[in-house]
Design a protein around this ligand. Structure first.
Ligand code: 5GP
Ligand code: ZN
Length: 117
């Protein structure tokens, strides 16, 4: 994916503040953090969003879910964290390369979903 910014980060064509990398995954700090800890965990493989995942992505997705709490702890989230996967237009996804936001810090995060009346 030539013009995808996260693919460019994977290919080292754009810099990032990397916290993890292996053959399949990468994690780096969000450029506009929403809390003291805010990193993005991505597959190196370009997948547009969670809406596009296929059966053969099962191992990759499992690997991401297993890694998220480990990295969160390493980053200092000792008492919980929030994991967000924005998907598509309604979900507010801005970068069309699948990514998990992992967000935390010392204080409880604000409520996220505002219930309809
Ligand atoms: P989305 O709304 O797609 O779930 O979130 C995209 C996230 O990527 C945003 O939180 C935004 O701050 C972050 N982001 C966008 N461009 C870059 C970049 O070039 N580098 C890094 N580290 N984060 C980025
Ligand atoms: Zn990409």
């Amino acid at each position: 994916m030539d013009n995808c910014i996260f693919c460019k980060i994977v290919r080292k064509e754009l810099p990032c503040n990397k916290i993890y990398e292996d053959e399949d995954l990468m994690a780096f700090n969000d450029i506009h953090p929403a809390a003291p800890v805010h990193f993005l965990l991505i597959p190196k493989l370009h997948i547009d969003s969670l809406a596009e995942i296929q059966d053969h992505h099962q191992n990759l997705l499992g690997k991401m879910l297993l890694l998220a709490p480990r990295l969160a702890k390493e980053q200092g989230c000792d008492d919980g964290f929030r994991t967000i996967i924005n998907t598509g237009h309604v979900g507010g996804q801005e970068v069309l390369h699948l990514h998990f936001h992992v967000i935390g810090g010392r204080k409880r995060l604000p409520g996220m979903i505002h219930h309809q009346g």
